[in-house]
Design a protein around this ligand. Sequence first.
Ligand SMILES: NC(=O)c1ccc[n+]([C@@H]2O[C@H](COP(=O)([O-])OP(=O)(O)OC[C@H]3O[C@@H](n4cnc5c(N)ncnc54)[C@H](OP(=O)(O)O)[C@@H]3O)[C@@H](O)[C@H]2O)c1
Length: 329
Amino acid sequence: MKVAVVGATGMVGQVMLKVLEERDLPITELIPVASERSVGNKVKYKDKEFTIVSMDDAIAAKPEIAIFSAGGNTSLEFAPKFAEAGTTVIDNSSAWRMDPTKKLVVPEINANVLTKEDKIIANPNCSTIQLVMVLHPLNQKYDIKRVVISTYQSVTGTGKAAVDQLNSEVKGENPEKVYPYQIFKNALPHCDVFSDDDYTKEEIKLMKEPKKILGDDTFNLTATAVRVPVQGGHSESVNIEFENEFDLDEVKKILSETPGVVLQDDVKNNQYPMPLYSEGKDEVFVGRIRRDLSQPKTLNLWIVADNLRKGAATNAVQIAEYLTEHNLV
Ligand SMILES: NC(=O)c1ccc[n+]([C@@H]2O[C@H](COP(=O)([O-])OP(=O)(O)OC[C@H]3O[C@@H](n4cnc5c(N)ncnc54)[C@H](OP(=O)(O)O)[C@@H]3O)[C@@H](O)[C@H]2O)c1
């Protein structure tokens, strides 16, 4: 199977190559793609060097699957061209996520919606993926009424240039800024751009995407997304109000038995999820699980995951695995 990795030089693309190495997709040919600036440069995959090709050369090679992590505009322009050539595109950008004709997939939750006809498949936003991995099993059991989310998001979520900004600021330099302010020693309540209603696009993604993935629009979400000077992963403080009463031990049991979720909840021994320790891992970590004492049927918890792994590359590769295992490409 030929697989193109579009955006292979980027923050997500580099992790994508690593995740593809680790997992079992039957890849016979890897086709790395990046911008015209990088064509001819090399990337490493399985200890070998591969030359970056142009978008047009990659389309002409007719890969079975193309995994895009190269920004929304690149996806809008080129994903349909790959699809026309018969390639199935798995797209990490926000370009197609809320398009009603495209599927938005977290394999543990809704891979069963995929068919052979889906030629452009959307990978959800990184902070959405870790959130729904925890919301889904709880929604099935207790029926969610409302969710309030506050995020603490890693600079790796903004891409290579943002990591460079933080690293330079740590050294006392005054680099070119990706964010409107210094990020080192700071917290910016500003992830992605502001929309007309004064929410950021990141917050709107968190409020809309979970309903589509869970196939349930009977509950509501609200979000505040904050960028922090952290690199290992995104953290989320989540308040969940249910329609039905829950038992705290049962909640913990359900989450501990959910594939892809790891329960880290032992406060007496200072056990709770942290981004420093989620880096490089595929699982979603959940802890600090406790009743909201201010109102009934309501829970507080804390979710952490590596946004470049389960939040992007791993989820996309899992979709590719599902497609091949079910003969959908
Ligand atoms: N970072 C995350 O946690 C995360 C999570 C989920 C989704 N995403 C999405 O994934 C995408 C990439 O994010 P990133 O963080 O990896 O960004 P990044 O580090 O800035 O990398 C961007 C990549 O896109 C390539 N690219 C840019 N313009 C292109 C063009 N016109 N044609 C082909 N390739 C082009 C770049 O190639 P050059 O090196 O040649 O410039 C580079 O490989 C974005 O759409 C982002 O929203 C990111």
